[in-house]
Write a protein that binds this ligand. Structure first.
Ligand code: ADP
Length: 473
């Protein structure tokens, strides 16, 4: 009994330290907006890098023609062809081929990696047959989604700052990514122009804007998390005199690295950070994204297991980092069987914890709930932070005088494109995020803010940005 109470105490302390009241979330909103300002004011002015993308023309829906895209940035690599129609926002057809990146290429040389990419594109184009050939005599144009931190020098060029996600090809760092690709394409004899170099959030924003011109920001919550949004060029102070055709530019926030003392941090977060290959980096991401949530839960369960033998033998796998992947944690969280048999199965099969009593299984579900709820609510606060920065959160106030009315008259419909497995596949996460958005924005403003899922946005969006920046010959 004493042991049981100790386990409950671990849960209670967790709940307390993961607290995300609306008051606290609003502090995070403000901190996000402040850091965005700081990151735009000067290079290195904030943990938010606020990278320029040079994307100043988002697709409007009137683009036409056939464009290609390559999408590299996670475990899978994709080649796409997108046919754009002459009717508004009509993607007439799309072909996608996915393949895993062979492990050895992730740590070999840039030539090996880009030769592999170019060969995949060549095979893909060769399968097209001749009919398409005749209808598209002009040179092919391609958008490249490359989801690693890049310092852009134009919409179609930029140098790699560092690798993430298990890639480590030393000779690539500091080199122009498009040029590496363009050289590899020439080696294969392909006449294809790299018309755009973007990251996945920009692709998601582009597809969002193509479908709906009220789209001003995009967020990805998958293995990692990041966001981008459309900023006024004159607000990008660190780049004085920036010339853009539209007066605005997409800024890649790299928001995974956001940090604020208002974030509800626990000892589990600190331990996870210390044990990670990038301590003190990506603090926001480590509380939110799919790469980490399962492991935070594992750390809490490990602490609980040390309080009580109800958790089975200490020989369990609970001490092994990252054994509990986030989709399995989600499966436990969403187990709706009366005796939590799915929880029991995962505890036994994945963590080697057999015969865990039902009341302890309930504690496990609760731990998953606390960690997921915190993550979803913090992501919501981040999104509202962006809206606040661009004056779309309703805090600009209700117009006074004769324009006074019951609704905030300056409010405009605002769409945020969203993508990533955590949001699209983890129902409870999605519900918590949506709920927190409404709580933070309040019932007057929240109907104006729409979160819209953009499936395959990262790849399709690159083809769209290429189309918007195409130079037909
Ligand atoms: P990536 O971010 O790797 O490019 P995705 O956007 O598809 O790809 O996100 C995949 C991530 O989403 C996985 O690493 C996992 O953490 C999370 N995820 C996928 N499916 C689920 C699920 N059913 N429940 C919880 N998390 C999931």
């Amino acid at each position: 009994r004493r042991k049981w109470l100790k386990m409950v105490k671990v849960l209670e302390e967790l709940e307390e330290s993961c607290d995300t009241t609306v008051f606290r979330l609003k502090q995070v909103v403000d901190a996000m907006a402040v850091e965005m300002h700081a990151g735009l004011a000067s290079e290195g002015g904030s943990k938010l890098k606020m990278l320029l993308t040079y994307v100043d023309k988002l697709p409007k829906g009137s683009e036409e023609g056939t464009y290609y895209a390559l999408d590299l940035g996670g475990t899978n690599f994709r080649v796409l062809r997108v046919h754009l129609g002459d009717q508004r926002s009509a993607i007439l057809g799309q072909d996608i081929e996915r393949q895993p990146i062979p492990q050895h290429l992730m740590t070999s040389t840039s030539e090996d990696l880009f030769d592999f990419i170019a060969s995949s594109l060549k095979d893909f184009i060769e399968k097209e047959g001749n009919d398409l050939e005749q209808t598209s005599p002009r040179r092919r144009e391609l958008g490249f989604t490359f989801s690693f931190p890049v310092k852009q020098s134009s919409v179609s060029s930029g140098i790699l700052m560092k690798w993430t996600k298990g890639f480590a090809i030393e000779d690539m760092i500091g080199r122009d990514v498009s040029e590496c690709l363009q050289l590899a394409l020439s080696r294969k004899g392909l006449d294809v122009r790299v018309a755009a170099l973007i990251n996945d959030t920009v692709g998601t924003l582009a597809l969002g804007h193509y479908n709906d011109e009220d789209t001003v920001a995009a967020v990805i919550i998958g293995t990692g998390t990041n966001a981008c949004y459309l900023e006024r060029a004159d607000a990008i102070i660190k780049c004085q005199g920036l010339l853009t055709t539209s007066g605005s530019m997409v800024v890649n926030m790299e928001w995974g690295n956001f940090w604020s003392s208002h974030l509800p941090r626990t000892s589990y977060d600190i331990d996870l950070d210390v044990a990670s290959p990038n301590p003190n980096d990506q603090g926001f991401e480590k509380m939110i994204s799919g790469m980490y949530l399962g492991d935070i839960v594992r750390r809490v369960l490990l602490r609980m297991s040390k309080q009580s033998d109800d958790f089975g033998p200490s020989s369990s796998k609970l001490a092994i980092p990252f054994v509990l992947r986030t989709p399995l944690m989600a499966a436990m969280h969403e187990d709706d069987s009366p005796d939590l048999s799915e929880v029991a199965k995962i505890l036994e099969e994945v963590l080697e914890l057999p015969d865990v009593p039902v009341k302890v299984r309930k504690l496990v579900v609760k731990v998953c709930d606390v960690i997921t709820r915190r993550a979803a609510r913090l992501a919501a606060a981040g999104i509202v932070g962006i809206l606040k920065k661009i004056g779309r959160d309703g805090s600009g106030g209700i117009a006074s005088g004769k324009f006074r009315s019951n609704r905030p008259s300056r409010m405009r419909r605002t769409v945020v494109a969203i993508e990533g497995g955590l949001y699209t596949s983890y129902t409870t996460f999605r519900e918590y995020l949506n709920e927190a958005m409404a709580e933070i924005l309040g019932e007057e403003v929240s109907p104006y803010i729409v979160l819209r899922v953009m499936e395959d946005g990262s790849g399709t969006g690159a083809a769209l940005v290429a189309a918007a920046n195409s130079h037909p010959e």
